[in-house]
Design a protein around this ligand. Structure first.
Ligand SMILES: Cc1cc2nc3c(=O)[nH]c(=O)nc-3n(C[C@H](O)[C@H](O)[C@H](O)COP(=O)(O)OP(=O)(O)OC[C@H]3O[C@@H](n4cnc5c(N)ncnc54)[C@H](O)[C@@H]3O)c2cc1C
Length: 290
């Protein structure tokens, strides 16, 4: 018998499909190839985090290495984006460093850019430390910083001093009010402030937001401060803006998640937008009709 939970997962999956390439590495590469054909760059991420099973970590490692090697063969301009806890940080720093060293080695051989996703605030210090360690050895490395954290202004300043490549996001994790901005307005205001700093003094950074107001402001800033930067979006979100930006000759990257571990990622996306909850509701109603 199908339980209520399984039924709910089935409906959620119907919606999640728009944001996720599929289960396998090939699904991700096909999606990246499609993005490339519409003049977008691709950033591939395997879904899943907080892995403590060596088997799961090994599989993730093998897949990232395979993706890195495949870009040239598939004629794709692509990068990968790694969550530190999916390749060992939830076991130990040693485990993580050993694994990430292999990813960087593969990326160096294939000239592939690697992004470090930023996870919840308990990992911010470690992730920045990791960035420092590896950026000194491999320059094609970027790090995400979250505008919802109060500390980010200092982190951004420190990282800019070493010429770090920064992806600015609003932040996807629920954080304590002591360390984070809670209202949408305060997060947006901090995003705009940090984004201005990136344009004033940064280079090779990424504006990763679906927020029309932020995207418009970034375009204005780019006229005043001509910098090497790109817009980054999640797969399946705000397709119309992506095409508009490409027409205006901006660089646009699609962040493409793949894998069977799609539930947590999709719940974050649903929470981000009321219309997605309505979409979930209408999908439930439609499926009851047929
Ligand atoms: C490329 C990329 C990489 C990211 N990497 C990280 C990371 O490493 N760490 C991290 O914590 N977070 C990451 N995020 C997620 C980010 O922190 C936010 O949770 C997410 O982007 C939503 O914030 P927003 O800037 O789009 O603005 P919001 O204020 O959430 O949304 C602004 C507007 O954008 C549109 N929109 C937003 N979401 C959706 C949606 N799901 N469907 C349709 N329209 C939507 C709506 O019009 C909405 O009003 C990443 C996001 C992107 C785009």
């Amino acid at each position: 018998m199908v339980s209520g939970m399984q039924l709910m997962e089935k409906f959620l999956f119907k919606i999640a499909k728009q944001w996720i390439a599929g289960d396998t590495v090939d699904d991700a590469l096909i999606s990246a190839k499609n993005a490339y054909q519409t003049k977008r760059h691709a950033i591939i991420n395997k879904l899943g985090e907080y892995h403590t099973s060596k088997k799961q970590i090994n599989t993730t490692m093998k897949e990232y290495q395979k993706i890195i090697r495949s870009f040239r063969k598939w004629k794709i301009r692509g990068a990968i984006s790694v969550k530190p806890t999916q390749i060992g940080l939830s076991i130990s720093q040693k485990e993580f460093y050993r694994n990430f060293e292999k990813i960087i080695q593969a990326a160096r051989n294939a000239h592939v850019f690697v992004w470090l996703d930023m996870e919840s605030s308990e990992h911010t210090d470690e992730t920045i430390e990791i960035y420092h360690t590896f950026f000194s050895k491999y320059e094609r490395l970027g790090i995400a910083l979250q505008a919802n954290l109060k500390r980010t202004e200092n982190d951004l300043r420190d990282l800019q001093r070493i010429g770090a490549k920064i992806r600015l996001v609003k932040g996807a994790y629920r954080e304590n009010a002591k360390i984070s901005f809670k209202s949408k307005k305060s997060v947006d205001d901090n995003y705009l402030k940090l984004m201005k700093k990136l344009f004033e003094t940064g280079n090779e950074f990424a504006i990763a937001s679906h927020d029309g107001k932020i995207i418009r402001k970034a375009q204005l800033l780019s006229k005043k401060y001509p910098r090497k930067f790109e817009f980054q979006f999640l797969k399946g979100i705000r397709e119309e803006i992506k095409s508009e930006l490409i027409k205006k000759k901006f660089v646009v990257s699609d962040y493409i998640p793949y894998g069977t571990n799609w539930l947590a990622y999709s719940i974050r996306r649903i929470k981000e937008r009321k219309r997605n909850i309505l979409l979930l509701g209408s999908s439930l109603i439609q499926s009851h009709r047929v």
